[in-house]
Design a protein around this ligand. Structure first.
Ligand code: GTP
Ligand code: MG
Length: 482
């Protein structure tokens, strides 16, 4: 009788009874499991971080990952301060991107800032939020080389439209006009040849770059398709190996409408190289940005002020273009489904960019007493573009912030800052300009000074860097929708 097989249900009951008596904590574990709902949904946050070159994208992403990996609610306050993020695991990059080299940027830089980005990177991970019941967060961050932003128009405009846009709009801006004059004349000349137009356009791009004009397209002139950065030699006056195209023999330049008609062969040649460029470079870039559902637009207010009005105008024109090309807020789902999505705890099923954080970066480069003005300046610069897009669409949420992703200075009572100036050995106290309350009508290089400092990354790998305002931004980007 004893050896007779017992029905399965009896055996299971016995196992459970034995386990409960033998291991009291088994009971506790079961009740804990029942209290903790299974993560049935994933709340996806696919975030594109965009901005001009050197606007702080890579530093921002490195700091954000660091905070998620080692979240300390007392140092990065989310919601009412009680919310805790628990890092789950890193996920492999998708869509053919290279992995964002987080460790290199965070730990191996020996007191240096991350290197300039030369290819598009992606970092993916999953995480839990203590206030999310049924969903688990899935985060993707896309980092692009800032130079590539100037190419986004190529992804959507025809060669003719791109030419007209540059010649009739961008190069008409007072700050571009003087430099662009001789190119415009040559390109409109009936005797112009492929070689003369390309040579003159390359002269123009070099001149624009040296005078802080950020719209340099095709961007391969500054950063080749395989990641060689030409910017340093261009500044020194050498652009012999900087090409306006994918390679030396596939260069193209914008042509005025009259020349496109009178020289159809030249126009056709440039148009076919333009199409190759779109297929290989500009198209994939815009596709990778359009796949995201959130966007962080970084505005480096201090660098714009330290440069000149031309850089401001160029950056603003790029913002216009970015909104025009990506058209944020035009998701595929209608308003009716918003409620359902919210009740599922995230941005489930959402297509297209529907959330934008406009961020003035490097807030630690200005004195404490000035920091509030950073948000006003960022809003003043981008507000009109954002508002128009909001009016045109039904699905766009936007907020303005200021932050220092890696706070590396200390404000002194006498209005100076204390920090390690780049190139110096130890910390010094140094003067820094006050911010204007509004963007001035005109300013030149040297009127505002905000020196660069070395980063203060803690040596302890489990500590995220000190920051200003990262908490509000992260809270906004990965906030609970419930
Ligand atoms: N003080 C301070 N400086 C910063 C901060 N973030 C960035 N910087 C400075 O800005 C520089 C550029 O930062 P990156 O993050 O590399 O800029 P990026 O936008 O990724 O630039 P590209 O890769 O060229 O497109 C750094 O080398 C620092 O000098 C910050 O939080 N505080
Ligand atoms: Mg970068």
């Amino acid at each position: 009788m004893r050896n007779q097989p017992q029905p399965m249900i009896h055996r299971n009951r016995q196992v459970i009874r034995r386990a409960v008596w033998t291991y009291p904590h088994f009971l506790i574990r079961i009740s804990e499991q029942m209290m903790r709902p299974p993560k049935l949904f994933s709340s996806k946050h696919d975030i594109a971080v965009v901005g001009l070159y050197r606007s702080g994208k890579t530093v921002f992403i490195t700091s954000l990952i660091n905070h998620l990996m080692h979240h300390r609610p007392d140092e990065l306050k989310l919601g009412d301060g009680s919310i805790k993020i628990t890092f789950d695991e890193e996920l492999p990059p998708q869509n053919g991107f290279s992995r964002f080299p987080y460790e290199e940027f965070r730990y191996e830089n020996n007191g240096n800032w991350p290197k300039k980005t030369k290819a598009t990177f992606q970092y993916r991970c999953s995480f839990f939020r203590s206030d999310w019941g049924w969903s688990k967060g899935e985060l993707s961050l896309v980092d692009i080389p800032g130079e590539r932003l100037s190419d986004i128009a190529i992804a959507k405009l025809s060669y003719g439209q791109w030419s007209d846009r540059l010649l009739q709009k961008v190069f008409q801006d007072g700050h571009y006009r003087d430099a662009a004059q001789s190119y415009q004349q040559l390109a409109s000349d009936q005797s112009a040849t492929e070689q003369s137009v390309v040579a003159s356009y390359r002269e123009l791009l070099a001149e624009l770059y040296r005078s802080f004009r950020p719209i340099i397209s095709p961007s391969t002139f500054l950063l080749t398709a395989d990641g060689k950065f030409n910017g340093t030699s261009i500044i020194k006056g050498d652009h012999a190996s900087a090409y306006c195209g994918l390679s030396a023999d596939s260069q193209f330049a914008p042509l005025p409408q009259s020349i496109r008609h009178s020289k159809p062969e030249l126009s056709k040649l440039f148009a076919s190289r333009y199409a190759d460029y779109r297929k290989n470079l500009a198209g994939p870039l815009v596709k990778s940005l359009s796949r995201c559902n959130e966007m962080v637009v970084l505005l480096d207010v201090t660098t714009l002020l330290a440069a000149n009005t031309g850089m401001y105008n160029g950056n603003r024109a790029l913002l216009e273009l970015l909104f025009e090309i990506l058209s944020p807020g035009r998701g595929l789902l209608g308003i009716g489904l918003d409620l359902l999505r919210k009740s599922l705890g995230g941005r489930i099923g959402r297509r297209g960019i529907s959330k934008i954080a406009v961020v003035a970066t490097k807030a630690d480069k200005v004195h404490d007493s000035q920091r509030d003005k950073l948000v006003d300046l960022a809003k003043d610069m981008s507000g009109g573009i954002v508002e128009r897009q909001k009016q045109r669409t039904s699905n766009l949420e936007c907020r303005y912030f200021a932050c220092a992703a890696v706070k590396s200075t200390f404000s002194q009572v006498d209005g100076t800052l204390r920090g390690n100036l780049l190139g110096d050995d130890g910390p010094v106290e140094y003067p820094v300009s006050d911010l204007p309350s509004r963007w001035p009508g005109k300013w030149e290089q040297g009127e505002f000074v905000f020196p660069d400092v070395a980063p203060l990354f803690p040596e302890n790998a489990a500590l995220a860097p000190d920051h200003l305002g990262m908490d509000h931004i992260i809270d906004f980007l990965v906030k609970s929708q419930v």
